[in-house]
Design a protein around this ligand. Sequence first.
Ligand SMILES: *Cc1c(COP(=O)(O)O)cnc(C)c1O
Length: 370
Amino acid sequence: MTDFDPDRAAAELLHHADHDLAAGRPLSSPIVPASLYVLPGDPAGPYQYGRWTNPTWDATEHALATLEEAPVVSFPSGMAAIASVLCSLVRSGQRLLLPSDGYYTTRLLADQYLRPNGVVVEECPTSSMAEADLVDVDLVFVETPSNPTLQICDLTALAERATAAGAVTVADNTTMTPLGQRPLDHGIDVVVSSDTKAVNGHSDVLFGHVASRNPALLEPVREWRKVTGAVPGHFESWLVHRGLETLELRFNRMCDSADIIASRLVGHRGVCSVNHPGLDSHPQRDLAARQMFRHGLLVGIEFADAATANSFADKARFVTPATSFGGTHTIADRRARWGDEVPGGYIRLSVGCEPTEPLWAAIEETLNTL
Ligand SMILES: *Cc1c(COP(=O)(O)O)cnc(C)c1O
């Protein structure tokens, strides 16, 4: 575990712009919808053309960099961030190791665009990634806890073995946010995040970012954005900046509630099994306690079958049937409907910001009717 203090980081985040205390500066970050900037003479200065830089992106990246304790490049979605890393850091003939049980679109990206262009793509379950054979592997991509089955990879062990083998390590930290888990502090080279989830947290924006303390790895990512034009919108960037201000409050509420709800679900006759990194029954509970500050806001619930799971998602007051996670509303998503390799009755519950007791009461009331 690192000596990072999430509370201190949240305070730093709120005051990240205090280096500029000029009289009259707006306390909120302005939206600058510029595609071009006044540019006399030879090109010089930080702002020249809108595909390269923008003051609103800079403010959001600075806020994210305060949390990551690393420089950040922002993207219009989590997948745009992941694509920037995999496309700019892996070349034809190189070997890429992906989790077999992580977010499925990352595997689609590899299948549809990397394999056909000559990248050798291999897969490994998240829970055995830290012991995987890394001979001749150029880049290892890990997601922990993995979405949707919440398997965990030992980041320190993976980073040590990959570094010794000469492989670059990338961690998708979407399920935990920088307040819940610190892959870079465990020796991982690059972090990617879908800020569409808890980081923005209000289910109104797609966004993503890449963070790394190694300029040789972050520069190709920045160049990828500039050349391919995968640029975030000004307004979306501003919304993420605004959402970030309450990340610590939201994340702690969601994780507190998820711990309580997961433990109360255990043994309830309406459910077959419960999956959450904070439960004694989680196979990697000790690793979770060592490497994560919180257990996260996701709870896997297995119901008897798809119909029972659907009935729970449709009926429970304060639970909305939808996909995605990390927003203020509690969301239930039956993952088999998307083709994930989970039982038909497996629901990924994203615990929201509703006060815990009314939320639990609504869940329990519905469970009792199933
Ligand atoms: C949602 C998600 C993504 C993709 O993010 P988008 O913002 O939807 O492009 C990537 N990784 C994980 C773990 C996710 O949950």
